[in-house]
Each structure stands twice: as C-alpha cells, then as structure tokens.
Design a protein around this ligand. Sequence first.
Ligand code: ADP
Ligand code: MG
Length: 434
Amino acid sequence: MTEMSDNLLDVSHVRRTFPRGGGEELLVLDDVNLVLRPGEIVGLLGRSGAGKSTLLRLIAGLARPQGGSLSYMGAPIEGPAPGVAMVFQGFALFPWLTVLENVQLGLEALGLPQTEIRTRALAAIDLIGLDGYESAYPRELSGGMRQRVGFARAVVVHPNILLMDEPFSSLDVLTAENLRTDLIELWGSGKLPTKGIILVTHNIEEAVLMCDRVLLFSSNPGRVSSEIKIDLPQPRDRTTPAFEDYVDQIYVEMTARRVERMRQAQAAGSAGIALPLTHVSPNQVSGLVEALAVAPYNGKADLPDIAYEQELEVDELFPVAEAMQLLRLADVEGGDITLTHMGKRFADSELNERKEIFSRALMSHVPLAAHIRRVLDERTSHSAPKTRFLDELEDHMAEDAAEETLKTVVSWARFGELFSYDDDAALFSLENPT
Ligand code: ADP
Ligand code: MG
C-alpha cells in the first residue's frame, strides 16, 4: 500500500551496492532517507566519493537501488521520470550542435510539435540569460555560458524536480558566484518552471547561500547524517554573522563526525587499516602546521578562517586537517584546529627531525603504515609487491579508494623514510633494513 504524499520526492531506506571482484559488494549508499517538498532547495553536502552522484542517478531513475524505495510525487521511480531533470558538473553539451539545438534536445524525447519545441527552447534560453547566443556553438562560449546552456537544457522540460550535481564546481570563482546569484533570483521570482531543487555540493558556503535545508552526507557508506535548516531570507549575504554561524555549525558537525570515525578506526588496531585515506602530501601537512604555528593563529585557528586564509576549499582542507589529526600533529574540536605539543615541535624542527617525528607518528597512529613496515621487516627479502597490500585493502573499500589510500601511505612513508616504494616495479621495500 502506498501512503499518500505531498512530497515531490520520497527517498526511504535506500541502499545501493556495486559489485566488486570475488563476488563481493561495495556498499555505497546505506539507509538513505530524504524528502523534497514543493518550494524547496535542498542541499546534499558531502565529500567526494560519498555517493552523492550515485544517489542523484537513483532519483533520476537512471539506476535502481538494491533496497529501499524512491518515489516521485507518490509514484515509485522505476525509470527516468519526465518530471526530473539533471544539470551536470561537466556541462555534457554536444559540440556539434548550436546552443538552440542543444537546448531543444531536452525536448525531442517528449514528442512535442516542432514549433512548440522551438518556442520553449527559445524561452528557456532567454530565461537563463543566453539571449543572442542561440546559434553559437559550445566551443565559442565561456565555461559560465556553457553551464547556462546546461541549465537551459534542464529547465526547458519544465521539470518538477531539478537535480544539480556540483553545477558550479568547474567554474571560476566569479562566474560561479554570478550563476548562483542569477539562479537564486530566478527561483525567487517564481519564473523557473520547477517545483523543487536538489543541489549536490562539497562547498559549505554554497550550500548555506542557496539552500533551505542542508543534508550532511557522510561517507563509507553514504548516508544522510544530519539536517540543518537555513533560516535566512534570500538573497543572503555571506558577510553577516548569522551566515557565518551556519557555516561554522556545519564545519563543526562535519569534522566531529570524521574525528569520531578516525578514532574508532585507530582503536580497532590492525583492523584500522580499513580506514580510507584521502591523498594529502607531507608538504601540505607541513604547510598547514607552519601556518598554524605562527601569528595570527599561534597554534589555534577557526577552521573556516584558516580555510579562507589558505584559499582552501572544504574538500581540500578537511583531508589535510584530518591527516594532521591522524598523525596527532593537531586536534580538531568544535570547528577549531589546535596544534598538539608534537605539532609545535614539528613546526620548530629542521627537516631531519621532522622526518623522524613523521616516521614515529606513522608507526604509532597509522595502522596501515605500521602494518606494511611489519610485513617488510618480517620478510627475508624485505620487499613485497603492491598487490600484497592492495588486495587486503580492497576487502574493506572500493578499488579507487584502496589505490588512493595506498598512494597516501606511500608518500607519507617516503617522507618519514619508513619504507620505500618503486612505482615501476610496483614493489615495496625497506631502504635501510634493520
Ligand atoms: P560522489 O558523487 O559523492 O563523489 P559517487 O556517487 O560518484 O560519489 O561514488 C561513490 C562511490 O561509488 C565511489 O567509491 C565510486 O567509486 C563508487 N561507484 C560509483 N559508480 C560506480 C559504478 N558504476 N561501479 C562501481 N563503483 C561505482
Ligand atoms: Mg559526484
């Protein structure tokens, strides 16, 4: 029995896995729940690899879940619904078609008369600020204009739900901001032929700027871990204290959850090798430690502040802060990052001592690094092929995550001179066997 729902979209207990070698499965989405109500822009905020695009594909009817259910205006989603349209990060335009033809393409599938297709496409082009560019080809347009074509092609079908998958992330800062502002203005004016929007993003400020509600999406497996209602009138001003408070609050929630996960993984001892690592170079770690050590921070900073100062985005800052935390060079708590005693020593040290600190931190706090070192110590050859560890990691995570985790540990171990890795031979070895 289907319950009556006034929601545009109901996603309930959705689970999605992908097959992996050896008949195993990778759990990408687990128990995902969300609703989209008429008149809302809902943000899905999470790190890359969390499963956000996978979820959008399920909502668009381009793929099916293994468990749970999705419904669009009360009816189960069993394939692409004509009322749901998507804007992609990479524009996805056809280079050999003009702007008008690219936009019309969205309508061809609906089987409308040719004159109506043309009229509606021209209206969408006009609405989205592309008037005068109808006969231009994508290559003649800037990135911002191309993404406008992407928007026009999505709204031309008058979708009840507009799905946007990081639509601003491949644009430069100013262009992205113009497009965000225009979109919010159109939405506010009621001219957008759409009832609700889901915006996927990894940018906290973008989420706070545009959304009525922000759903924080956690990784491994992906699920909605909390919801923050943004109670600010549009248009919003990034510089107001209320805006900054929301950004801070989200930073705090996102870091708190990750810290907890990391502690659990470390507490799990050797089982902690299952912790996926995001690639961060020792240089990035050193850079942030150094920046934190000196004025104006003197060892402690507000995460959003230092992100802004260092011109880093969340997706870039979190992994660095996390690596520092994992290595116990810093603590992250309540939206602040604070150098530990060891972090301060690291900042004050010469290169050789830094390497030593790094090496000791790897052995004590990064189970995978300690594990690899132990295996190499125990083997008479003091070497092991990459597959030895890659296979082991792939029992716990997706192939690309395993590759990245291993790559990360290799670069850290190189810096700490804990072991070495030969890329060509795909071989781990001890440089200085003890
Ligand atoms: P996000 O959009 O949040 O960056 P994705 O939804 O693209 O994340 O991917 C989530 C995870 O699912 C990743 O580990 C990715 O490798 C995996 N994945 C996505 N699509 C497929 C697929 N078709 N086959 C196998 N794994 C996939
Ligand atoms: Mg994605």
